[in-house]
Design a protein around this ligand. Structure first.
Ligand code: NDP
Length: 307
């Protein structure tokens, strides 16, 4: 029986682990499929206070983990596939094992959204990627396409010009969601070409098990066209990782946890932290702050209950 189980090992989960470990609660952190969270797939982090020269995302998150371990936090591989939050202790299934805990901090973050085309899905890892920092390196002097119109798409397109012969950014509308500064930076980059009002209909070539091109459709004229591509990067946002909690935790229509004040969820003893609840700020530092809030709430509840 654990005092605190933390689901997720990104900024939010690690910060919750530092705080609950320092409080002597011996937290168990279930790392999740994407250990280290989104920071583990970023390059340079320049906006986390305390690092005047920036720090690499994977290094920052590893530092946090080591800090938590120093105070007695335990980390476990695997992800939660089922949860029973109907009564305390809560029960969580990780692979074949059920884990029991008095309090739970859900810091399971959000994962990349895909176009959900069958051809795209089959070619993930074979030319289709959701992470420029992870996979950009493989497309040196190749033709790269980025899909999306938000800050992530701009950032990835810019980053990928370091590798690709050219980068084509495809967006489904004629205006962008991206912030002015990120958009202007991309527009000023001579290696980026913009294709607007356009969707990807199919990714080729399944027969060769590698990306060779895409069929595009202009959403205004209905015209379709082919385009040669070696690397296709999907940058169309994220989906919160809340599947095991459907029907138990209050979720909004997009699946994000609904906050019941502070770090509280609708279930007494279950707290939220980070991107799994936050669709607005989504920053490393706000996730860390949220992890701290959840830890303090869990700690106070356990203390009040005499644990
Ligand atoms: P956003 O939700 O902001 O943007 C997603 C983009 O993908 C939109 O342009 C959207 O189009 C498009 N899209 C969504 N679904 C589809 C689909 N099925 N097919 C085609 N296009 C689709 O997500 P981001 O990941 O870009 O950004 C998330 C948050 O992170 C934002 O708040 C952003 O500001 C922040 N961020 C900040 C950065 C920085 O400051 N350095 C870097 C990266 C992200 P449409 O516009 O038509 O809806």
């Amino acid at each position: 029986m654990h005092n605190v189980v933390i689901i997720g090992s990104g900024c939010a989960g690690n910060t919750a682990a530092v705080y609950t470990a320092r409080a002597g609660l011996k937290p168990l952190v279930i790392k999740g499929w994407e250990a280290g969270g989104q920071l583990s797939i970023t390059s340079e982090v320049e906006n986390f206070p305390g690092f005047p020269n920036g720090i690499l995302g994977p290094e920052l998150v590893e530092n946090m983990k080591q800090q938590a371990e120093r105070f007695g936090a335990e980390y476990m591989d695997g992800a939660v596939s089922e949860a029973d939050l109907s009564k305390r202790p809560f029960r969580l299934k990780v692979e074949d094992q059920w884990i029991e805990t008095r309090t739970l901090i859900v810091a399971s973050g959000a994962s990349a959204r895909w176009l959900d085309l069958p051809s795209e899905q089959k070619l993930i890892g074979h030319g289709v990627s959701s992470c420029a920092t992870c996979d950009g390196f493989f497309y040196r002097d190749k033709q790269i396409m980025v899909v999306g119109g938000g800050d992530t798409a701009m950032e990835e397109a810019n980053f990928l010009t370091r590798f690709g012969r050219n980068v084509v950014l495809v967006h489904r509308r004629d205006s962008f969601r991206a912030s002015k500064i990120m958009l202007e930076r991309a527009q000023a980059n001579p290696k980026i070409e913009f294709i607007m009002n356009t969707a990807i209909e199919e990714v080729f070539d399944l027969a060769q098990n590698t990306v060779t091109g895409v069929r595009l459709k202009n959403l205004v004229t209905g015209e379709t066209s082919m385009r040669d591509v070696d690397g296709l990067f999907i940058a169309i946002g994220h989906i919160p990782n809340t599947k095991p909690f459907v029907g138990q935790l209050d979720l909004d229509p997009d699946g994000y946890i609904v906050s019941h004040g502070g770090a509280r969820t609708n279930i007494h003893g279950v707290f939220h932290a980070g991107d799994v609840q936050d669709r607005v700020y989504r920053q490393a530092i706000t996730a860390a702050g949220a992890g701290c809030m959840a830890a303090i709430e869990a700690e106070r509840l356990l203390e009040a209950e005499g644990h």
